[in-house]
Design a protein around this ligand. Structure first.
Ligand code: T46
Length: 139
């Protein structure tokens, strides 16, 4: 949505089931864990530490980013304000609403970013030029 700001972005904590017998942890995501139905799953991995992913906004797509392994930073911009969120816990993910510019960088070695998306891939939903994004946001 055009009018969303970085204040509409939230961290969602996925419950962690810690095994009593010392077998580690288990976290589960079901459709009602998120405010959208999951239509697509993809993941980013083997990202060099000096590389950036993203660099675009979505008009309608909602996404939930989860650092399954390692850590990375997400820079978020709404055309007026910006903030950086570090994701480094496999049970704490970032819900990005539509109309927000995002850049992902500072990937640690072995980092894996799982993305759960509210729709199938559609290039028409992307705004890949920052000036076009500012026009879209009327700023
Ligand atoms: C986002 C960040 C976090 C597909 O064919 N299907 C897909 O579902 C996706 C996501 C991408 N692609 C193709 C399109 C490009 O030819 O894979 C190539 C790389 O995509 P892109 O440059 O958009 O990748 P990122 O990592 O910069 O961005 C992706 C998502 O596109 C984006 O929605 O928020 O991850």
């Amino acid at each position: 949505m055009k009018s969303n700001t970085i204040h509409s972005i939230s961290i969602i904590e996925i419950p962690k089931i810690v095994d009593d017998g010392g077998r580690g942890n288990l976290s589960v995501i079901e459709n009602n864990s998120l405010p959208f139905n999951i239509e697509r799953v993809y993941y980013l991995y083997d990202v060099p530490s000096d590389a950036y992913r993203g660099g675009h906004a979505h008009k309608d797509l909602q996404q939930f980013l989860l650092p399954l392994s390692g850590s990375f930073d997400v820079i978020l911009k709404d055309g007026g304000n910006a903030k950086t969120v570090t994701l480094n816990k496999p049970n704490k993910g970032l819900l990005i609403v539509p109309g927000i510019w995002r850049e992902l960088g500072n990937f640690s070695s072995g980092a894996v970013c799982l993305v759960l998306a509210s729709d199938v891939y559609n290039e028409d939903d992307y705004i890949r030029d920052y000036e076009a994004f500012k026009n879209y946001k009327n700023v």
